[in-house]
Design a protein around this ligand. Structure first.
Ligand SMILES: C[S@@+](CC[C@H](N)C(=O)[O-])C[C@H]1O[C@@H](n2cnc3c(N)ncnc32)[C@H](O)[C@@H]1O
Length: 365
């Protein structure tokens, strides 16, 4: 029987629900192979090797290995090809199969997100950050968040919180900065193309602004923002890089936040419990003038649970938060944010869906 015929017969058999179910559970059972293979090819520098000079020329695994290894020797091309085939099935690489059976690989649009741009940023650092040893140690304990939500899996596995762990290690901090910037800048580029809510603001406070890169990006596009205050925890501010025009201020948003015409918060509230989120929103309310505005960019959990990529990406991120940062931090729905805003004093709320993952939420006094 030829492979095509066998495949057609398998398609037909797949109509049997039990076979479909067994196949689905095996896919789930082997799911771990996907992020670990992706992390491996990033560490091996496969994406930039294929992308060399922006050409995206299809290369065989042996050719990729020869380019990666300066002396052109060593490495197991067959094993590299096995990683590339799996990741092709997840749309990271395109596979080009020749009539002789040789397989070559180029980058898809997904794969291209792993190649550094002219500022040295890409999503590769986000992948690497998420799969560091310390974070991986926490995953076997994910179920304990159900039994005991008082302590994060990360803390149980590593004896300290993720933030404490990061800030003690300069090499981890530099990965964190690249990871957040690599994820943040492409999103902000899209936001600033369509969202004009920063017009008319002179002093903008970025609460939990980390390195200050996002704030600098906003100030570049909106020169009316003349005073940019990057506010973060003391340990983060201690290692924040110097950025012209950005003033770094250390503090704790649970205590108070600096005053400004408007306040910006991005990718912070997901790491807070509902009570802490309310506290931060109340502190923002106090720090804003009459008619002041709080602009929040956070992942928005979908109301409906379906099988879409968006739902999976967002709910997967939600479990990442639960495991790594806060067992009761979470991705919230639009309605949950609206209610938290109202209970913190903000009577007006608007949501802008500028990106499938992160939304822009405006809270007005
Ligand atoms: C996931 S990072 C997001 C950084 C940045 N806003 C971005 O979008 O790239 C969360 C940031 O919130 C900061 N943060 C967490 N709790 C905070 C608090 N209580 N007060 C101020 N900053 C806080 C962290 O130190 C970290 O820099």
């Amino acid at each position: 029987m030829g492979e095509v015929q066998a495949s057609m017969e398998m398609e037909r058999d797949m109509r049997k629900p039990q076979q479909k179910a067994r196949l689905a559970i095996l896919e789930l059972a082997h799911m771990m192979s996907v992020p670990m293979s992706l992390t491996a090819v990033i560490n091996l520098k496969v994406p930039e090797t294929i992308w060399q000079d922006g050409c995206n020329t299809p290369l065989s695994a042996a050719h990729i290995l020869a380019r990666i290894r300066p002396n052109g020797r060593g490495g197991d091309a067959e094993n590299l090809q096995r990683l590339l085939r799996l990741l092709t099935s997840y749309d990271v690489f395109n596979e080009h199969l020749s009539s002789t059976g040789e397989r070559k690989y180029s980058l898809t649009d997904v794969g291209k997100t792993l190649v550094d741009d002219d500022q040295g940023l890409s999503y590769a650092y986000y992948m690497l950050q998420h799969h560091q040893d310390a974070l991986m140690r926490a995953w076997p304990l994910v179920g304990e968040a159900v039994e005991d939500p008082t302590t994060e899996a990360f803390v149980k596995a590593n004896g300290e919180s993720a933030i404490e762990y990061y800030t003690k290690r300069p090499e981890v901090m530099s990965l964190i900065y690249k990871s957040f910037s690599g994820m943040s800048i492409p999103f902000m580029r899209d936001v600033l193309e369509v969202y004009d809510g920063f017009q008319g603001i002179e002093t903008l406070v970025d609460v939990g602004g980390n390195s200050g890169v996002t704030l600098a990006f906003i100030m570049d596009k909106y020169p009316n923002v003349r005073n940019g205050i990057n506010f973060d925890l003391p340990a983060m501010i201690a290692t924040a890089p110097h950025i012209p025009g950005v003033v770094h201020v250390a503090g704790d948003a649970f205590q108070s936040v600096p005053s400004g015409d408007a306040i910006f918060i991005k990718w912070v509230l997901l790491g807070c419990t509902d009570e802490e989120t309310k506290l931060v929103l109340q502190n923002c309310y106090k720090a804003l003038p009459a008619n002041g505005k709080l602009i929040v960019c956070e992942p928005l959990a979908p109301e409906l649970t379906d099988e879409s990529r968006r739902t999976r990406a967002l709910l997967g991120g939600d479990i990442f938060i639960m495991t790594t940062y806060r067992t009761k931090g979470k991705h919230r729905t639009e309605q949950q944010f609206k209610q938290l805003g109202i209970s913190s004093g903000f009577p007006h709320f608007r949501a802008f869906y500028v990106d499938p993952y992160i939304a822009v939420l405006e809270f007005h006094k």
